[in-house]
Design a protein around this ligand. Structure first.
Ligand code: NAD
Length: 367
């Protein structure tokens, strides 16, 4: 069997700092679990612009298309704010998402028991929460035509169009069913079939795709009711699939049930490649955090959890992903905290590498 390949793009700001801890974790899995990756590293964002005059070099793009998974840190920074739109650091990330055709965005909302006080909801509502929102990422109202601001008579009118083809719905539904098969086999699809034709089609197509997954319990919910249920009793859900607009809102809502930005991973998946693995980009939800960059204060957990997602969804190493997540849970239960996780009771935060050290020793203990 060939060694699975991983392209690492640390990016800007705290990106390289948090990614350095992920590199240590990857080395640990190689040394202790015999899990080896063919790792290459390259530039994206502002640092790529500084070297090549573009936020993503063509060679890097080509490599991203070849590898089994891409792991990205963060891009951007105030020093790039004045750049032309076409070469801004974020354009590098957008190009990756577009050319890899990453239509399925996975945003987990997972609440570690030790951090349940960070949630704005009651502890028993969020403790142990582990749900996954699958958001369609490349179509819907953010892309539909016609769009624009037009003049009609003596006033202006703003237009965006919600548009979904059957195949666009079917492919994101299939990716959500595949995920549900790797989890608790429960999928809830959310739309507004009561008031939108695109919602009626969404519901029909998801139901049709569901016939290929008889083991998965499929339910449907209107997205507004879904938002209420997510705040009332989020643990009723396992996987949720929804469109681009509703997914944007619902995934932010669900993510914040669990506390800090420094804890949130994500994945964006595309069509299966020849080897059966989906094209995949894993990244923390946070940005380059220029306010704390270079100070060793960044929380590396979001990036490390992104690697755990890669283990589970690209490399079929669910048990090793669980081992890594359990190590993080243990470290947090022991009270180890980076500055962003300090509660009102205070204490001494650990540095980025201090958090990496703690997770590595928890991994050692797991053997
Ligand atoms: P940000 O996520 O970088 O930071 C928001 C706040 O959260 C800051 O106070 C920061 O210190 C804190 N924070 C973020 N990640 C943290 C971590 N891992 N540990 C501890 N604290 C953390 O968002 P922003 O300030 O709006 O944007 C900063 C730059 O990042 C901008 O250039 C923006 O365009 C870019 N950005 C990039 C991405 C990405 O690469 N995917 C996403 C969002 C923003």
């Amino acid at each position: 069997m060939t060694t699975p390949s991983l392209l690492i793009l640390p990016g800007d700001g705290i990106g390289p700092e948090v990614m350095a801890e992920v590199r240590r974790i990857i080395d640990w899995f190689g040394a202790e679990r015999g899990l080896n990756f063919d790792v290459s590293e390259d530039l994206v964002g502002g640092c790529a612009y500084d070297k090549h005059g573009t936020p993503l070099h063509d060679d890097t793009m080509a490599r991203a298309q070849e590898v089994d998974a891409v792991l990205l840190g963060a891009v951007g920074g105030p020093q790039y704010d004045a750049l032309d739109f076409s070469v801004k650091p974020e354009r590098g990330l957008l190009r990756l998402r577009k050319e890899m055709d990453l239509f399925s965005n996975l945003r987990p909302a997972q609440c570690f028991d030790a951090l349940s006080d960070f949630s704005s909801l009651k502890k028993d509502v969020v403790a142990g929460l582990d749900i996954m929102i699958v958001r369609e990422l490349t179509s819907g109202v953010y892309f539909g035509e016609p769009r624009g601001i037009f003049t009609e008579g003596n006033e202006r009118v703003g237009i965006n169009t919600q548009r979904y083809t059957e195949s666009e719905i079917a492919r994101v539904a299939r990716s959500a069913f595949e995920l549900a098969m790797k989890r608790d086999k429960k999928l809830c699809s959310m739309e507004k079939a009561n008031v939108m034709e695109s919602g009626i089609l969404w519901r029909e197509v998801v139901t049709e795709v569901g016939r290929d997954y008889p083991e998965v319990e499929l339910s449907h919910m209107y997205a507004d009711a879904g938002a209420m249920q997510l705040t009332r009793w989020p643990k009723q859900f396992d996987v949720i699939v929804t469109d681009n607009l509703f997914g944007d809102l619902l995934s932010d809502l669900a993510a914040m049930l669990t506390g800090s930005l420094g804890m949130l991973p994500s994945a964006s998946l595309g069509a299966p490649m020849e080897n059966g693995r989906p094209k995949a980009l894993y990244e923390p939800v946070h940005g380059s955090a220029p306010d704390i960059a270079g100070q060793g204060k960044a929380n590396p957990i979001a990036c490390i959890l992104s690697f755990a997602m890669a283990l589970r969804y690209s490399f079929d190493q669910g048990d090793e992903a669980t081992r890594l997540e359990a190590a993080i849970e243990r470290v947090l239960a022991d009270g180890v905290r980076t500055a962003d996780l300090m509660g009102p009771e205070g204490g001494t935060p650990v540095s980025t590498s201090g958090m990496g050290d703690a997770i590595l020793s928890a991994l050692d203990t797991s053997l």
